[in-house]
Design a protein around this ligand. Sequence first.
Ligand SMILES: Cc1cc2nc3c(=O)[nH]c(=O)nc-3n(C[C@H](O)[C@H](O)[C@H](O)COP(=O)(O)O)c2cc1C
Ligand SMILES: CCCCC(=O)C(=O)O
Length: 392
Amino acid sequence: MEHETPNYGDYQLEVYLRGLTGVREDLPFTFAELEARAHATLPPDIVSYVAGGAGNEYTQNANVTAFDRWGVIPRMLVGAARRDLSINLFGMALPTPLLLAPIGVIGLCAQDGHGDLATARAAATSGVPMIASTLTVDPLEEVAAQFGETPGFFQLYNPKDRAVAESFVSRAEAAGFKGIVVTLDTLQLGWRPRDLKLGNFPQLKGHCLANYFSDPVFRTKLAKPPEEDVRAAALVWASELSDPTLNWNDLAWLRSLTKLPLLLKGICHPEDAKRAIDGGIDGIYCSNHGGRQANGGIPAIDLLPTVVEAAGGAPVVFDSGVRGGEHIVKALALGASAVAIGRPYAYGLALGGEDGIVHVLRSLLAEADLLMAIDGYPTIADLNPDALHARA
Ligand SMILES: Cc1cc2nc3c(=O)[nH]c(=O)nc-3n(C[C@H](O)[C@H](O)[C@H](O)COP(=O)(O)O)c2cc1C
Ligand SMILES: CCCCC(=O)C(=O)O
């Protein structure tokens, strides 16, 4: 059978031959180096915001180390010369199992302050869909215009005023987004000591609110337009961004927002997953927000298997702690339908703009693909819990 996707591991050869292939030789190949160099490049308040997590960051760090509990069991001579990493998500044929997680300040990780547009272009180049945050620097229509053939998802923070939510979703539909992600774990902002210490919340300075400020329904709430008084507009935004009273009785209303595939982000309990699917939600997004929201939580990967089981075959997107190809392979083996990348691409953007994101994605895919080749799992369908050994 002819495989549609390339062997992503071939990036290794391109890198070795970089003098001939034009690969950027100045970009890192490990997360540790990516992070260290991005932190040295970005302004300190952005480093604090992107790198920081809730409390003493136990959950944030455990998200990553929890993957070490699992080992991929090598299988030999299974015929893994060609791999197929393609997936089908809500009827969309995607070349890879990756997505770009919504990152609210991604705009500010780019030198020109338009990182949303660079991310959208990287999505177009790589075929990895971007989940654009509500909190983009550029209006969602301008972000979507960069997607090319790659489908995009829009992430909604459900605002207090339902008319604002409806406005965002209808704008996203009109702009051509192919799915909506409603984030549930940020009804209140977490306790983030790094930012507290700096008195740092970028949005309160009016950063990354241009999409919000471009919304005609939101603008009706402002005494003066943001162009005249950005501080006052940011304060209205802060009070309106999220409805902390949202609850399961609102599920039917959430469902009624769109006919597009609808996912709920932040679901980590099997009963919540079941309730969402029973209520007509199309997919679950299992995530603990990278440990930025609640400290003392369980690493998200530990909760993925029961969420997958409860979702009963509905797609489950996973993020939180994915730093390398092995993490992608393990999340897929534990039942994720797709894996979203968070901080690594923000750092790739900081170091190399659109090229930096593409490099990070290609590196992650190469590492995952070579692991599947070497350990004998040629397709994503071959990855299941039997591929993993759990250390006690
Ligand atoms: C700087 C930053 C901003 C974020 N903004 C959003 C956002 O606007 N909406 C959202 O649903 N999640 C947001 N997230 C959470 C990510 O979508 C994702 O769940 C998280 O980054 C995964 O953790 P990891 O990056 O440690 O792998 C943000 C994460 C970071 C690091
Ligand atoms: C009010 C939430 C801001 C964006 C976000 O999700 C994050 O910083 O993690």
